[in-house]
Ligand binder design. Structure first.
Ligand code: PLP
Length: 443
């Protein structure tokens, strides 16, 4: 075992010191066209189909990133492409504070039945960060309170308001963004693998009210029902219901950021559906329109009646082409039984990863977790240092997978790799992913 580990260490170190395929290398050959943007690879892709990406030179890659959880129906699904073509020839833009566009209204009609109970208002914008900003403003206006309780490890975007509720914001700001809006208090996310129980979190919420915030200034609790960038952490069973009750008892709004966990990614339309929890405000983006920029703030009546219109805004929100893509995504979900596929492929992926991690060749995995096709593999803490790597094991192994034709996402939190394929991924493609992963960690 020890010899095997040492062989792996030297292979990974050698590969990293060669800087194979541009991993972690500066983008010099782009002449500074995109300064400051860190990329996982220097791959230039020209075409996509389903779970595959292609370069102009004809290389092909298995895409288990989906553009960070965006491409629900995969690259260029024919139904989505056709809907976009049709809409582009009909009307593309109608400013939502001037007139309604029919595509946006049709989309709301289609979404309301699949939203958690009580939600009956929608407002469209373009990105997750923008939707988070609007949701926070809405919560503060509706309650006339300022403080928002949010979670350590959470990520909500890179606009100033979204950064302010993101616990690791310093690393995203790069120290340059100046002061952020205040009025938030962070509590630990319940994370059983890391020894934080639901009780610990509930106690921290109580303490935040009693000690840190004081009085009753809390507008809302902002939570990712499954921690996304923080490593695909699923809270313990019953936690979301407890949180719902806790908020209701105190007149605090529950704001679910489902930018990453929503719209079918977990095998249900929303991650809160796993506990039948109805948030007061729900935020969606990413997978909503299978690659077209669309985000939404949904709210229940009472929270939103007047305030939604006053809180939200923006020129391009509810773009008709993006709305058509979202409706086509729903069509594909129905026609191809996508939610069922998500559950089956997710179970296949997790079982395969556990098999690899538990085998004689793979003692590296400390935890495999997730829901549906939001799956993470966490490596043993200290493993990277043990191997003398200059980076995390997740980065090293994603690198090794890339060399074998597959894209995976490491996270910045702990030593974790994420598997986020399009929701239409096939059984064979999951097997292919597992084969590549096994090869990458083999020694
Ligand atoms: N909220 C969550 C949970 C996210 O994961 C992200 C992006 O990763 C955002 C908000 C921000 O979304 P966007 O990048 O579209 O602004």
């Amino acid at each position: 075992m020890m010899m095997a580990r040492m062989r792996l260490a030297s292979r990974l170190s050698a590969r990293l010191s060669r800087g194979v395929s541009g991993f972690g290398t500066p983008l010099e050959r782009h002449g500074g066209l995109f300064p400051g943007i860190k990329r996982l690879t220097e791959l230039v892709v020209d075409r996509g189909a389903g779970c595959r990406l292609f370069t102009r030179e004809g290389e092909r890659y298995l895409d288990f990133t989906s553009g960070i959880g965006v491409l629900s129906t995969g690259h260029c699904h024919p139904t989505v492409v056709e809907a976009v073509r049709e809409q582009a020839g009909r009307i593309t833009h109608a400013q939502q504070s001037v007139v309604y566009n029919a595509a946006a209204l049709d989309l709301i009609e289609r979404l309301l039945p699949v939203l958690p109970s009580g939600i009956n208002t929608a407002f469209f914008c373009n990105s997750g960060g923008e939707a988070v900003e609007n949701a926070l403003r809405l919560a503060r206006q509706a309650t006339r309170k300022d403080t928002v309780l949010c979670f350590l490890g959470g990520y909500h975007g890179r606009t100033s308001g979204a950064l302010a509720v993101t616990s690791s914001s310093a690393s995203y700001r790069g120290g340059r963004a100046g002061p952020l809006p205040s009025g938030q208090v962070f509590v630990p996310y319940p994370y059983e693998h890391a020894g934080v129980s639901a009780d610990d979190t509930m106690r921290a919420l109580d303490a935040a009210i009693l000690q840190q915030v004081g009085g009753d200034d809390v507008a809302g609790v902002l939570i990712e029902p499954i921690l996304g960038e923080g490593g695909y952490v699923v809270p313990p069973a019953g936690f979301l219901s407890r949180l719902r009750e806790w908020c209701t008892d105190r007149g605090i709004l529950l704001i679910a950021d489902e930018v990453q966990s929503g719209f079918g990614r977990t095998g249900k339309m929303w991650a809160v559906d796993y506990e039948d929890v109805a948030p007061d405000i729900l935020i969606s983006a990413k997978g909503l329109a299978s690659g077209y920029p669309l985000a939404a703030v949904f709210a229940r009546e009472g929270v939103s009646k007047m305030q939604l219109a006053n809180s939200c805004g923006g020129t391009y929100g509810g773009n008709a082409v993006a709305c058509a893509a979202a409706m086509a995504t729903l069509d594909v979900f129905k026609a191809e039984g996508v939610l069922k596929n998500v559950l089956e492929r997710g179970a296949q992926l997790q079982a395969g990863l556990r098999r690899i991690g538990g085998g004689a060749d793979g003692p590296l995995l400390a935890d495999v977790r997730g829901r549906g096709l939001m799956v993470a593999a966490e490596f043993e803490s200290g493993a990277a240092a043990y191997y003398g790597l200059r980076t995390s094991l997740a980065v090293a192994i994603s690198h090794a997978c890339f060399e074998r034709g597959m894209l995976l996402l490491p996270t910045g939190h702990r030593d974790t790799l994420r598997f986020v394929p399009p929701l239409i991924v096939s059984e064979d493609e999951v097997d292919e992913c597992l084969d590549i992963f096994q090869e990458a960690v083999k020694y």
